[in-house]
Ligand binder design. Structure first.
Ligand SMILES: [Zn+2]
Length: 462
């Protein structure tokens, strides 16, 4: 009876997918929802591919999962992932539907799944991953994710005991997960930009988890990312197997050492958080046994997906569009740090409203006081344009961060805001949210058109 119900769910799910595709509709969640409605234990009942790899964590899971899935398919494996779908249980159920034939037999060799950390309790115990990458654990949207320790407890409880973990030794939070599981760590060695005292507003891991003494840091990169030790009880960060020993921004290369060997890899993206994602993917590939040459060949070909980061040049201006997740103060701070630290004169256009909740109000604007907008307060910052209905909240935040008022421009309508940009600038950054991505692409096109017109007129401001 149980199996019959499973097959009805599977066929209904496959039919729903075909139907939606015929109607040219998005079919990433609904087929899974149908399956789970008919057969609530669909995730457990589905026969899995021989290898199941999952990626979770607060930031970087989409980029890392895509990299992992792509390297594996380039290496000749048949892979199903939820890259165009959702990372909650319904999206995973849809991916499972694709991974088996109508008789329920696996037709792929590898399932590579991005798993939402909060939903992991509804997913991981049933799909039992062989490998799990946890990119990091940070404070995220308070309404959705509460405190990082809450997310930690979910993962610590629901990750199966046989799952091998690939963890970030520099993340003091997630590296402490699952004491008894088999695991390997990756880390980035001390960088010239590292410090030993936290300069960020958020630091969710400042005391020793054993004796509560204030931790000391051999290096601290940002927030609680670094290498720590307790001066009183001997607690310290885990030793990594995979060390990133050098970042060469000029040659666009990173050096990774493991098992006594050092190798250089193409740098997929020069933001530090994406270098962590790449290092996580490289670590997993070696654990999985993929030929390192294939990994390098593939990394040479790719860049971080355009929904997250895009760079172009118009005349003398570099136009960089990058995601700064709203409600997620750490992710946003990482982007602000990157933008603020880039050399040269620049202007920034910020549109980080939560579009889904815009009709009523933003989810909770208090998060902007946890994000390090101070990084934008540099002499090279020519102007900051704040666009969208929340622009005045952002203006107040920037004033508190010390940015001179004459550098701040507000406009509730994103398209009208484009008219405010100073076109005589060498770098222009467009920061958007996940939900404002489509809108940001339209704004970007307008910006490019404005810059082209400006250049054609010989560089005179209107
Ligand atoms: Zn201690």
């Amino acid at each position: 009876m149980k199996r019959l119900r499973y097959f009805v769910a599977l066929w209904a799910s496959k039919s729903a997918y075909i139907l939606l595709r015929l109607l040219k509709r998005n079919a990433t969640m609904f087929p899974g929802r149908v399956a789970l409605k008919i057969c609530p234990d669909y995730l457990a009942q589905t026969k899995k591919s021989p290898n199941v790899i999952c990626v979770t964590g607060t930031n970087g899971k989409t980029t890392t999962t895509n990299m992992v899935a792509d390297i594996l398919s380039e290496s000749g494996y048949k892979v199903v992932s939820n890259r165009y779908g959702s990372n909650i249980n319904t999206g995973v159920a849809t991916a499972l539907t694709h991974s088996v034939n109508v008789f329920g037999k696996p037709k792929t060799e590898i399932l590579a799944l991005e798993v939402d950390e909060r939903f992991s309790r509804l997913i991981l115990p049933f799909i039992k991953p062989d490998y799990l990458i946890v990119t990091n654990l940070f404070r995220d949207s308070i309404k959705r994710n509460a405190h990082p320790e809450y997310i930690f407890s979910i993962l610590d409880t629901y990750v199966p005991k046989n799952t091998k973990l690939i963890l970030n030794a520099d993340c003091l939070q997630s590296s402490q997960l699952l004491k008894d599981n088999e695991k390997v760590f990756f880390s980035i060695d001390r960088l010239p930009t590292d410090v030993t005292e936290c300069v960020n507003l958020i630091n969710d891991f400042s005391t020793c988890p054993v004796c509560d003494e204030k931790l000391k840091f051999n290096y601290l990169r940002y927030h609680h990312i670094g290498n720590a030790f307790c001066p009183s009880c001997g607690f310290k960060s885990f030793e990594a197997k995979y060390h990133l020993t050098n970042i060469d921004y000029e040659k666009q290369e990173i050096t990774v050492s493991f098992d006594g060997k050092s190798d250089t890899y193409p740098m997929v993206n020069r933001t530090l958080y994406n270098i962590y994602n790449e290092l996580a993917a490289i670590s997993l590939m070696n654990e999985f046994g993929v030929d390192i040459k294939k990994v390098k060949d593939y990394l040479m070909k790719i860049s971080v997906t355009e929904t997250r980061y895009k760079e172009g040049i118009v005349g003398k201006t570099s136009v960089i569009r990058t995601m700064a997740k709203g409600q997620n103060s750490v992710s946003c701070s990482r982007t602000l740090d990157f933008v603020g630290g880039e050399p040269g004169e620049k202007s920034v256009f910020i549109m980080i409203d939560d579009l889904f909740e815009r009709k009523d109000s933003s989810e909770f604007i208090g998060w902007i006081y946890d994000a390090d907008f101070e990084f934008l307060n540099t002499p090279e910052m020519k102007q900051v344009i704040l666009a969208g209905p929340r622009c005045y909240d952002y203006k107040l935040r920037l004033l508190i961060a010390g940015l001179p008022e004459e550098k701040i421009f507000c406009e509730e309508d994103e398209f009208k805001a484009v008219k405010l940009i100073d076109k005589d600038v060498s770098k222009f950054y467009l920061l958007h949210d996940t939900s404002t991505y489509d809108l940001a692409c339209e704004v970007e096109e307008m910006v490019i058109a404005e810059l082209k017109a400006f250049n054609e007129k010989g560089g005179e401001q209107k």
